[in-house]
Design a binder for this molecule. Structure first.
Ligand code: ATP
Length: 458
């Protein structure tokens, strides 16, 4: 493993934790699974939703210059002619003449089959779009495609959004949704799937301002991943060289993450000029120009496109957050998730299953669950319950002990530092809100008593 990688994390550990704790399962597993398709379990669905919601909140809700959209997966086939996907969205496919395994020609390091050393066929271009038929006739005229990106839905709706949302340049359209690519080679868990989700922005700008806005979005997107807790040393930019760029592209930066298999793309930010709107204007015959009221000019805006993968984001957050250490003399695996993306925000752990403690714990649980996804766990020793919550990345555990019945106080334990504070139940919700928003556990206005009265450890 390269000295750069987080040496504690391997793909095997992540896959096994995801399965054991209910983050991610193979699709249709009882039938042997379906290659490169995955199901998100009870914790995985929360992690994924939290990432998408954080993106939506930060990129759409809290900005004046962005609106959202949710466009259909099936689009008019001409969309893909205009976008260039019918013509160009392909990878070179080679097949081994001996074992018949198929490979992406541009990814092979040697001229022979990596599996058996056999001779390979000449490459042929293989289009990555999934085809299906619309309506009862399965003929060429009924062919439609599952979208390979969400971007085109935003381009073709540009005039609708301008007319209805009354936005002035610069402004962006944002969308989160499923995309499909019939990838030749898959693997590395959820890194490269045939069905996946994207979070994409098309940011429309006045021609001539593209350098400024490109730089802005490249930096904005890099800081977003870090704001959600991703370690800066696990992220880096990779600028596309001239030969890699599409003929119309003015520039492209990838944000690469240090996955267990090495550095790989998490998000791409491209400066696309007016290529997409030009193509759609010419193929549809519609006028897609923007009327600039200030300058009285009519023109096609340029576009900056930050395009991130949700599933790759899930994998990156899992790998970045994974850690192992020794707690109370025992090894523990922890997911050090930022509270915003942690699937479960707090666990309520009564020291006894019996009344009246259970009743009090249930009351606390019911009060907290109106604001957050909270787990209730009264099985096994408290130490084991802490370990379980650490492993799924729960930032806080709330322990209710017998003294709680008398003094109406509980103990809050923080996952990363294992610091504990004791505070009145009446103050719990406000304290938890402050701590989930980033206030350190043993600091701030709402700390009551630190260190003492720790719940018994087993
Ligand atoms: P790659 O080179 O890895 O195939 P790409 O450059 O084709 O990716 P884009 O078309 O730029 O990817 O898509 C934007 C983002 O969508 C990527 O950065 C990635 O996070 C995500 N993505 C693309 N293809 C897949 C896939 N097959 N599985 C999961 N995520 C994907």
């Amino acid at each position: 493993m390269s000295e750069e990688t987080n040496s504690k994390v391997t793909m095997e550990k992540i896959v096994s934790l995801c399965r054991r704790r209910g983050f991610i399962f193979p699709s249709s597993e009882i039938y042997g699974g379906l290659s490169s398709c995955w199901d998100y379990g009870p914790l995985g669905v929360e992690l994924k939703r939290n990432i998408k919601e954080a993106w939506w909140k930060d990129m759409v809700q809290s900005r004046d210059d962005m609106v959202g959209l949710d466009t259909s997966i099936l689009m008019h086939p001409q969309v893909w002619v205009a976008s260039g996907h019918i013509q160009n969205f392909s990878d070179p496919l080679v097949e081994c003449k001996a074992c018949h395994q198929r490979w992406r020609g541009d990814e092979l390091k040697t001229p022979a089959c990596p599996a058996c050393g056999g001779e390979l066929t000449d490459p042929r271009q293989f289009n990555l779009m999934f085809k299906t038929f619309m309506g009862p006739l399965e003929d060429a005229g009924a062919t439609v495609y599952l979208r390979p990106e969400t971007a085109q839905g935003m381009f073709v709706n540009f005039p609708n959004v301008v007319a209805s949302a009354r936005k002035k340049l610069p402004f962006g359209i944002a969308q989160v949704g499923k995309s499909f690519r019939n990838e030749i080679t898959t693997g590395n868990f959820i890194f490269r799937d045939r069905e996946f989700e994207q979070m994409e922005i098309e940011y429309f700008i006045k021609p001539g301002t593209q350098d400024k806005w490109f730089e802005y979005w490249v930096n904005e997107r890099m800081s977003w991943w870090q704001k959600l807790g991703m370690r800066p040393e696990h992220l880096k930019f990779r600028e596309h060289c001239k030969e890699e760029l599409a003929h119309y592209a003015l520039g492209c930066f990838d944000i690469n993450f240090l996955f267990p298999m090495g550095w790989a793309e998490l998000e791409g930010i491209a400066s696309r000029g007016d290529y997409d709107l030009t193509q759609h204007a010419s193929c549809s015959g519609k006028n897609l120009q923007y009327n600039d009221e200030e300058t009285k000019e009519h023109y096609l805006p340029y576009v900056i496109e930050p395009s991130a993968g949700v599933d790759r984001g899930v994998l990156a957050f899992l790998c970045d957050a994974y850690d192992e250490d020794i707690a109370d003399g025992e090894p523990r695996a922890i997911l050090r998730f930022h509270p915003r993306i942690a699937p479960i925000k707090a666990a309520v752990l009564p020291l006894s299953k019996k009344e009246p403690l259970a009743n009090l714990a249930r009351d606390i649980f019911n009060t907290l669950r109106t604001d957050w996804l909270v787990q209730y766990d009264d099985t096994q020793s408290i130490g084991r319950r802490y370990r379980r919550q650490d492993e799924i990345g729960t930032p806080f555990c709330i322990t209710i002990d017998f003294q709680s019945l008398d003094d109406r106080q509980v103990t809050v334990r923080e996952r990363d530092s294992m610091t504990q504070i004791r505070l009145p139940i009446s103050d719990l919700k406000a304290t938890l809100a402050a701590k989930l928003a980033g206030e350190p556990l043993a600091e701030g206005s709402r700390v009551w008593k630190s260190g003492d009265d720790k719940p018994a450890q087993k």
